[in-house]
Design a protein around this ligand. Structure first.
Ligand code: ATP
Ligand code: FE
Length: 337
C-alpha cells in the first residue's frame, strides 16, 4: 500500500510518500514571504501553495522512487487551518485521486500531529507508543492533552482556554523585537541564558485546562517596567529572558500533564506539534521519564512542525480501515479532533 500525503494548512507546502507504514519521502517547502510581516499573511500563503504544490508533489514521488500510477490513495489535510491554504491542497488531492481513479482520504491536521508517532523508517528501531497513551499536542494553534485510545479514537482531556503555547512564545518574542516565528529563536537564546533569572505569572486554572494569555501579559508588563529603568534591558538580558520564558511555559505544560498522567494512571506519554521541537520541553520529557517512570515519545524534528509525512501516515491508517472521503467533502478552517 502506497499513500501520497499532502499538507497545506498554514504556510508550509508539503508532500510525502508512505509505503506500508514506512516513510519513503517527505518534502517541505516553507514560505519565507511571511517573515517580514511578523506573521502568516493568508493571501500570500495561498498563492505560494499554488506555486509550490506541483513541484513539491513531483519531488516527493521522485525521492520515493514511486510513480503516481503506483499510488493506492491520496491523503490530504482537510482542516483545521487557513481556508485559502487548505483549499489548494484539498483541490489538488481530490483532482489527482480522481484522475488516477483511486481513493481520497481526508485527515484532521491535529490527528496528523499525534499519529506522526507511528511513522516508521527503514533500518531504525521505530519505538512507538502503546495504546492507550497520552499526547501533549503543542503547536502554534493548539495546546491540548489528548487521550489516544486508538488511531481513530481520541479524547481531549484538557486544552487551552485562550492562547496556544506556541502563540504565547511567538508573541513574547515579538514584544522583544525578535523575528518570526519566535519559537526557534527563543529556543536558541534560552540555551545561553539562566532559566531562574526571572519569574512570570503562572495561571491558576482548575482541572486539566491551560491558559497562556496571562503569561503574555505578565511578560509584557514586566518588560515595560524594566525598560523604564534601563532602555537597553532587552539587549543586555535577552538570553535570560528567553530561558525564563521557556521554563515558565514548560513548567505550565508539564504540571498539568503530570496531573493527568496520575489521574488516568497512564505512563505512556508522547509530545507532538511545533513546540515539541523545543529543547527545554524535550529535556523535561526525558527528565519525567527518569523521575516518574514514564515511557516518553519525542518526535524527530522533521515531524514536529507541519509536514505531510504525518498526513500520509494518518491516511495509511484510515486506508486500512477503508475510511475514504468523497469528492464533495469541504475543507474545514475550524474543526476539533
Ligand atoms: P496547528 O498545528 O495548531 O494548526 P501550526 O500548524 O501553525 O498550528 P506548528 O507548525 O505545528 O503549528 O507549530 C508552529 C509553532 O511551533 C510556532 O508557534 C513556533 O514558534 C513553534 N516552534 C517551532 N520550533 C520551536 C522551538 N524550537 N521552540 C519553541 N517553539 C517552537
Ligand atoms: Fe500544525
Amino acid at each position: 500500500t502506497i499513500i501520497l500525503g499532502i499538507e497545506s494548512s498554514c504556510d508550509d507546502t508539503s508532500a510525502a510518500v508512505i509505503k506500508d507504514g514506512y516513510l519513503l519521502s517527505n518534502v517541505v517547502a516553507s514560505q519565507a514571504v511571511h517573515e517580514s510581516y511578523g506573521g502568516v499573511v493568508p493571501e500570500l500563503a495561498s498563492r505560494a501553495h499554488q506555486q509550490n504544490i506541483v513541484p513539491v508533489v513531483h519531488e516527493a514521488l521522485k525521492r520515493a522512487g514511486v510513480t503516481k500510477e503506483e499510488l493506492s490513495a491520496v491523503a490530504f489535510t482537510r482542516g483545521p487551518g487557513l481556508m485559502g491554504s487548505l483549499l489548494v491542497g484539498v483541490s489538488f488531492a481530490k483532482g489527482l485521486a480522481r484522475s488516477l481513479d483511486i481513493p481520497m482520504i481526508d485527515v484532521n491536521h491535529l490527528v496528523g500531529h499525534v499519529l506522526a508517532h507511528f511513522i516508521k523508517t527503514e533500518g531504525e528501531e521505530n519505538k512507538q507508543p502503546k495504546l492507550p497513551f497520552l499526547c501533549l499536542l503543542v503547536s502554534g494553534g493548539n495546546s491540548q492533552i489528548i487521550l489516544v485510545k486508538s488511531h481513530s479514537e481520541m479524547e481531549i482531556l484538557g486544552q487551552t482556554i485562550d492562547d496556544a503555547a506556541g502563540e504565547a512564545i511567538d508573541k513574547c518574542s515579538k514584544v522583544m523585537g525578535l523575528g518570526y516565528p519566535g519559537g526557534p529563536i527563543i529556543d536558541k537564546m534560552a540555551r545561553q541564558g539562566n532559566p531562574e533569572a526571572y519569574t512570570f505569572n503562572k495561571p491558576h486554572i482548575p482541572g486539566f485546562n491551560y491558559s497562556f494569555s496571562g503569561l503574555k501579559t505578565s511578560f509584557l508588563y514586566s518588560l515595560k517596567d524594566w525598560l523604564k529603568e534601563d532602555p537597553d534591558f532587552i539587549e543586555k538580558h535577552k538570553n535570560d529572558l528567553a530561558a525564563s520564558l521557556e521554563k515558565t511555559v514548560v513548567d505550565i505544560l508539564m504540571d498539568k500533564l503530570r496531573k493527568v498522567a496520575k489521574e488516568y494512571k497512564i505512563n505512556e506519554v508522547a509530545v507532538a506539534g511545533g513546540v515539541s521541537a523545543n529543547t527545554g520541553l524535550r529535556n523535561a520529557f526525558l527528565d519525567h521519564a527518569k523521575r516518574y517512570g514514564w515511557n516518553v515519545y519525542i518526535p524527530k524534528f522533521s515531524y514536529t512542525t507541519d509536514n505531510a509525512a504525518m498526513i500520509a501516515m494518518s491516511g495509511y491508517l484510515k486506508y486500512l480501515d477503508k475510511d475514504f472521503a468523497t469528492i464533495d467533502l469541504p475543507a474545514y478552517s475550524r474543526v476539533s479532533l
